[in-house]
Design a protein. Structure first.
Length: 138
């Protein structure tokens, strides 16, 4: 069994954003040479997320609206975590959207369902953060 890992770095210039990282993850898979196995992709920061869904702008807008209703940024005084930072809402948004995804690798390709893509979700941006891609298989 082979193992491969690589860290991808992202710096979103705004507080929040969603980025389709499927091409970067597919490049990691190609670099690994693994044809059959499993790929783990996870955010290495507690205010960012990796998730799978459709790459459709209306859905991305709906995520933004829904997440802000569930965990509004302001007023920051509503959160006990806020004191040193004003990012309590980002921790909650990350918890909702998830830390990682696992995707089957079949014949050297990500074995997705229809329309599935991998996204990096940023909820407290304006600084560099990393995503781990770990692949195991043959």
């Amino acid at each position: 069994m082979k193992s491969f890992h690589k860290e991808l770095w992202f710096e979103i210039p705004s507080r929040r954003g969603l980025v389709n990282i499927t091409p970067e993850v597919e490049a990691c898979l190609a670099e690994s040479g693994i044809k059959e196995g499993l790929l783990l992709c996870n955010a290495m920061h507690i205010t960012a997320s990796v998730f799978i869904n459709d790459d459709e702008s209306g859905l991305h807008h709906d995520y933004e609206v829904w997440l802000e209703k569930l965990a509004p940024h302001a007023p920051v005084s509503q959160y006990r975590h806020n004191g040193y930072e004003d990012n309590a809402d980002a921790h909650l948004k990350r918890q909702i959207m998830g830390r990682e995804v696992v995707v089957a690798v079949t014949a050297g390709k990500l074995h997705f369902g229809t329309w599935e893509q991998i996204f990096y979700g940023e909820f407290d941006g304006c600084r560099k953060k990393r995503v781990l891609v770990k692949i195991i298989g043959e």
